[in-house]
Design a protein around this ligand. Sequence first.
Ligand code: CTP
Length: 408
Amino acid sequence: MALLPFCALIRMLKDKKIILGITGGIAAYKSPLLLRLLIKEGAQVKVILTEAAQEFVTPQTLSVLSKNKVIAGFFTENNEWNNHVHLAEWADLMVIAPLTANTLSKMVTGNCDNALMATYLSAWQKCIVAPAMDKEMYEHPGVQSNLQLLESYGTSIVPPDAGELASGLFGMGRMAEPEAIVAHIKNYFSQYLPLKGKTALVNAGPTYEAIDPVRFIGNHSSGKMGIAVAETLAYNGAQVTLVLGPSSQTVVDKNIEVIRVQSSDQMYEAMVSNYAGKHIVVCSAAVADYKPAKASTQKIKKKDEGIQLKLVKTRDILSELGRSKKKQFLVGFALETENVIEYAKGKLKAKKLDMIVANSASEKGSGFGGDTNKISIIDKHNKIINFELKPKAEVACDIVDFIIEHLK
Ligand code: CTP
């Protein structure tokens, strides 16, 4: 299967080509549900049924749901050959659910007495099965050793659930639920994600610099752009640590560890202590450049005369990361109101970055708060790519695609 270093991966099963093989067991009633889930996820599915499976589920139902012709034998109704070799070549994956004890034993011995088996023998190197049978059948030593053999051939097995079986018995053997099979399929595809095995550190959002316990100096950053980058890195297989300033946005992705911080000092500590060993580091946070020299421990009371705040410079997190860079691919952002490219190039060099994402706060639809952004990417050879105004999720795809390309 070809690698997909592209944001189609945001929906992992989108446009994936899957053969769904259905064998003759009562669990076949769940197969149309599995098919519906796969279609909903954007997969293209072609269904093959054994003769016995047609006793449990009709080709018509599966044809309507899959929006494809269903293969139910070696030949079509018009006596045309169902070319199983082409079908196997077309597919990214073959899923057999349910898998009966009978088909399991044929798969192990390489028996080829129906169209499903012929297709399996052509597609066996990319196959997932979901066995379903009665408890005693499942526990039979021959069935167990067949499962082990099949696994040793490289087939991935979605284990059955325990529960009430069609026979009325309780025990192992019930086919895994369609949702669990879909999760297994996604896991299978995730091994091909371009950032699989890579770690990333991202910061996002504003920082709040305390004046006193109730007031702060902050900025309008929402954190949306950096969160979109973190999510896109995770969708592409990276294990992401996100250091997030005080943003109202929520992040729900099990591959993203979120560290919440308030001030630039806390963000500095979190970034520096999580920096070592990361493959990709993206600093999109709008870190305050100045903070009060001393935050009052008590609320500052109103006086008739004005007050003067003494501000001191914050530490530049990105510059520190650039200075101590080992093998990290380091990405910065530059938000400018004028001379965007020129200032961004200056930051790229001064902070020792591998690339910088430049955007203009004065461009309509770009910058803080909104859902769109218009960026230019500059790499360390000063090559510039300009992008159109687009939703931040798509901008994140452009940024991550660029990172993937440069990591190759
Ligand atoms: N940055 C940082 N720490 C700071 C200030 C900025 O890590 N104290 C990072 C930002 O996260 C961004 C990059 O530096 O990736 C550029 O930030 P920006 O605010 O555009 O520029 P500054 O370096 O702060 O310079 P200026 O405000 O003068 O444009």
